[in-house]
Design a protein around this ligand. Structure first.
Ligand code: XMP
Length: 313
């Protein structure tokens, strides 16, 4: 079906105006990760009201290096009134001891929305704007995985003390990108690769600790640098929960195992692993094991979705 971004934009702006009046702009908080879905959602609401709205970046400790500062400046440049909220302690505490992927997602979800509920209460606001899209709902309701940002469909939207505004929940990723262009957002946002809501927590198989997060951030930086010119839907590293033997300075070491995941996809519902040239894989692996010596092995995931999913958890 053809998607007319201009027409969609006009009808969405008018839908939002039916729910919110411009003088209610201080009743609204947008949760923004810096990705295309949440940024489009926040900008749509601000555009509909004709006023800046407040946008919070929840610093949960699960993002890439330097992410909070980068996102803050992008959001402010877009005319949102953005701020960072430090929730690292809340989130890490919630994830402590959790090993199962679904349990981790639910623990993250609960900590994330409890923090947002607290911020909204302190601000005297009422509404949370978020960038849930159709794929998130389909996967959650279909029982594939509980995406952290699906609340209404699971009957838990009232639990956290705010009303939800999810302006693009009927769209898939390609249409969100078209809408982002229609809104005149910079290419940095329109073309940004998806990064899961629970961030690196679902790229660490097993228990999440600060040490593993710091390690995965270093590996992620290398992988993103080395794959920036490879066409893909997502390209990232996963830290496995097993160790493997390696050699350092002629001695045995027992180090971490990292898996690389580089996939092409239209809308995240199906994906194919990218046939990255072996020379490039060797370069990435060599850089990881030399720059992050705690890692002794690098694997490349050659599984499509389905039957695998894109993320490991
Ligand atoms: P999977 O792993 O299900 O991922 O093939 C499909 C797409 O969704 C992203 N993803 C998430 N996004 N909350 C999110 O906001 C989540 O809990 C979540 N889990 C997966 C994933 O990165 C991919 O783009």
């Amino acid at each position: 079906m053809r998607f007319d971004a201009k027409e969609y934009l006009e009808s969405k702006l008018s839908d939002i105006r039916k729910v919110l009046r411009p003088e209610e702009s201080d009743k609204v908080l947008a949760a923004c990760s810096g990705g295309v879905d949440s940024t489009v959602s926040a900008v749509l609401v601000a555009r509909a009201l004709g006023r800046p709205i407040r946008a919070v970046y929840i610093d949960d400790g699960l993002r890439r290096k330097g992410e909070p500062e980068r996102v803050l400046s992008v959001l402010n440049e877009l005319g949102l009134s953005a701020f960072i909220y430090d929730a690292k302690k809340d989130v890490l505490e919630a994830l402590k001891g959790k090993i199962d992927a679904e349990e981790k997602r639910k623990a993250f979800r609960d900590a994330f929305y409890t923090v947002l509920g607290r911020i909204i209460r302190e601000m005297g606001a009422e509404y949370l704007v978020q960038g849930t899209i159709a794929a998130d709902i389909v996967e959650t309701v279909g029982g594939i995985k509980t995406q952290h940002n699906v609340l209404e469909e699971l009957g838990i939207a009232d639990k956290y003390g705010f009303k939800l505004i999810e302006p693009i929940k009927d769209l898939y990723k390609p249409q969100v990108r078209m809408l982002a262009r229609e809104l005149g957002l910079p290419a940095e946002i329109c073309d940004r690769k998806p990064f899961p809501g629970p961030g690196l927590a679902i790229r660490i198989v097993g228990e999440v600790t600060w040490e593993k997060l710091e390690l995965l951030r270093r590996v992620t930086e290398i992988v993103e640098e080395e794959t920036s010119d490879i066409e893909s839907f997502q390209s990232f590293a996963v830290l496995l929960d097993m160790k493997a033997t390696g050699i350092r300075d002629g001695k045995r070491v027992y180090g971490y195992i990292v898996a690389l995941r580089i996939v092409s996809s239209e809308d995240a519902m199906r994906a194919k692993f990218v046939e990255v040239p072996h020379g490039r894989l060797r370069r990435i692996s060599t850089r990881i094991v030399s720059e992050v010596p705690e890692v002794s092995r690098v694997l490349y995931d050659i599984t499509d979705k389905p039957p695998a999913t894109i993320e490991f958890e």
